[in-house]
Structures are given as structure tokens and as C-alpha cells.
Design a protein around this ligand. Structure first.
Ligand SMILES: Cc1cc2nc3c(=O)[nH]c(=O)nc-3n(C[C@H](O)[C@H](O)[C@H](O)COP(=O)(O)O)c2cc1C
Length: 227
């Protein structure tokens, strides 16, 4: 595997560049897994990729709770079911029916679950770049999750992010200290398949927005600042 020293000669061949985009465009949120175990060295590689994410002031505020035990997963699944029932109440009629028909996690099927946390206290109260934007520790942790997600895809592994969980309940099950925030709960394993499109797009929940709709020139109102 390429390491930090080799990475300093950072130019990419055409096929390497294409591989990066291939990973980005073929990454999916995966909720259906096969039971094939993940070799330890593969788990280590994706965690290392996560750990090499950018972070505010090089804070590296993350921790990864790696969960393999089926009893722990069963408790988390119960927490998910309770949270899903609560969330379902926010939708009505057909939308609620569709919501309840969706598979929104693979907690017990996935051989591995990873709870990604953020420690806002790491390195003390003064972290370079975080003074005016304290939430940047959370952004940093999200960068780690995306690194993990993409590295996993390159390894042929699927990742599914489960946010339909009470943080309080999750922390209790996983014995996470009060001052630590849970940022993401991930199900990881070899997928039944990688879908071509997001499942939420396939079932008609939402469409991908056109790129042009989310880009503004120069300012929010399209005018050069001050003109
Ligand atoms: C912060 C975050 C939370 C998410 N939570 C859930 C979840 O609880 N259940 C689920 O099925 N998918 C969840 N997803 C996955 C999204 O539904 C998915 O990324 C989106 O539909 C686009 O599909 P794709 O990831 O396959 O491109 C989450 C994704 C993110 C980034």
C-alpha cells in the first residue's frame, strides 16, 4: 500500500485519476450485506484512511469504536427500531408508508459496525482554527468518515451510515463518556451488490439535484461582491 512518503510524489497517471472518480461515483450507502468476514488488514487500511483525514488544527478529534459482537449489534438494532418508529411519525399517509418500507440499516447483517465519535476536548480549549467555529471538530470527523467510506469502496466493502438512533441510547450501550459526541454509526461489510443509484432516488423519495442548481457564481445572488 502507498504510504505517506511515497505520496509526496503526488502526480497521478490517467488510470489512477480515473480510479479516484470511479470510487467517488460508485460509492453507495449500503444496507444489505453478505456474511463474508472482513480480513483484519482490510479493516486496518480503511481505519488508517479515516485517520489520515484533514482536521481543524490537526486536532484528529475522532475515535472509532469497532463492534463485532452480535449482542451489541442486537441492542443497537433495538435502539434503531425505537428511533425509526419515532421518526416515522414525522411523515404522513403514503410518505409514511414508503418510509416504513425502506431498509435503512444493516446493523445485524454487517459483520462490522463502527461508531465514529468526536472528542471536542482533545488538545485542550485552544485548537488552531476552531475558536470562532467550534463545530469544525465535527466537520473534521465527517471528513474521516468520508475517507473511510471511499477507502472501503475501493476495497469492495459497503458502508451504511445509520443516523436513526438516539445518541443517548447509543452512548449508554457503547459505554461512551458523556463529553464525547457520536457523529456516525456505520455498518460495514461486503455488499450483496453496489446499486447504480442511491436507493432513495430509485424508490422516488428524492432526486439528485442538478449541479447547476447548487452552484452560484461569485456570491449567493450571482453578482460580484460590492457591485
Ligand atoms: C449524515 C448521514 C446520515 C445518514 N443516515 C442514514 C440512515 O439513517 N439510514 C440510511 O438508510 N441511510 C442514511 N444515510 C445515507 C443516505 O441516505 C445516502 O447517502 C443518500 O441517500 C445518497 O445515497 P448514496 O450514499 O448511495 O449515494 C445517511 C447519510 C449521511 C451522510
Amino acid at each position: 500500500m502507498i504510504d505517506e512518503r511515497q505520496a509526496t510524489t503526488a502526480s497521478f497517471t490517467t488510470s489512477e485519476r480515473e480510479a479516484v472518480y470511479k470510487v467517488i461515483f460508485s460509492r453507495r450507502d449500503v444496507r444489505r450485506f453478505i456474511s463474508t468476514p472482513i480480513p483484519d488488514e482490510v479493516v486496518e487500511r480503511v481505519l488508517l484512511a479515516a485517520h489520515y483525514a484533514p482536521s481543524v488544527g490537526f486536532m484528529q478529534p475522532w475515535n472509532f469504536v469497532v463492534i463485532r459482537d452480535s449482542r451489541t449489534k442486537a441492542s443497537i438494532k433495538q435502539a434503531f427500531l425505537a428511533a425509526r418508529a419515532q421518526e416515522a411519525e414525522r411523515f404522513v399517509d403514503e410518505r409514511k408508508k414508503l418510509y416504513l418500507s425502506l431498509k435503512l440499516e444493516g446493523i445485524e447483517e454487517a459483520p462490522l459496525n463502527i461508531c465514529v465519535t468526536c472528542d471536542s476536548t482533545r488538545h485542550g480549549p485552544a485548537v488552531l482554527g476552531r475558536s470562532l467555529n467550534p463545530q469544525t471538530d465535527i466537520y473534521s470527523t465527517c471528513c474521516a468518515i468520508e475517507n473511510l467510506w471511499l477507502a472501503a469502496r475501493a476495497e469492495g466493502l459497503g458502508v451504511g451510515w445509520v443516523s436513526i438512533l438516539s445518541e443517548e441510547r447509543l452512548k449508554k450501550i457503547l459505554c461512551i463518556p458523556a463529553h464525547i459526541a457520536v457523529i456516525g454509526y456505520l455498518c460495514v461489510g461486503y455488499p450483496q451488490r453496489f446499486e447504480a443509484k442511491p436507493e432513495l432516488e430509485t424508490v422516488g423519495w428524492l432526486d439528485r439535484l442538478p449541479l447547476g442548481d447548487v452552484i452560484f457564481d461569485e456570491t449567493w445572488n450571482g453578482r460580484v461582491a460590492g457591485k
